[in-house]
Design a protein around this ligand. Sequence first.
Ligand SMILES: O=P(O)(O)OC[C@H]1O[C@H](OP(=O)(O)OP(=O)(O)O)[C@H](O)[C@@H]1O
Length: 191
Amino acid sequence: MAQQGPQKSAIIIPDEPPVLPLESLSYPVHYAPYISNVVIPYGLVLDRIERMAEEISQDLQASCDPEEGLHAICVLKGGFKFFTDLTDRMQSKNCCHKSLKISSHFIRARSYQNDQSTGSVSIMKLYDLEVLANKTVLVVEDIVDTGHTLSKLIEHLHQYKPKTIKVASLLLKRTPLHNGLFPDSHLSDQR
Ligand SMILES: O=P(O)(O)OC[C@H]1O[C@H](OP(=O)(O)OP(=O)(O)O)[C@H](O)[C@@H]1O
């Protein structure tokens, strides 16, 4: 289950963060009209994901049987890139001195219209999730903003009676609209 506060090892991005000029970095040219500078460079994202993979693997020692493995849920569409970056790194970590088997699952959640969270979340199950019964499940999200999507996802997944549900989110937004449900693991606490 998601924990009750931001993770201690998360990187805190201040409200007025130092920014990196675009001309110092390589970026897709078609992004140019939409961005003026960079707050979190991809190298930092990857280093933090590597550390998150270590932390999650250590955490799993207590709850996961390496033979049985981990069931990782990619929350589409936004979570896809983070999901592959994180699970690739977790695959190379050991759990109880054995390499961890990861089964991937995909679910679609939608709450945003343009750049605003609507508060109403729709969940689309893309495949049968009955296999999650009595298994260790890791939900992988790109961002927790209000937390409504995460609440709805966890409520939805409980019907399959997993043994444990853990949550990894790349970003956790600081917002007064947040509903108090935090991921277990995340990179930073600012969007
Ligand atoms: O904490 P919340 O306020 O609920 O917002 C977070 C959710 O919003 C975004 O998804 P979105 O609805 O934009 O769908 P997408 O991933 O397909 O872009 C994001 O990927 C999270 O799933």
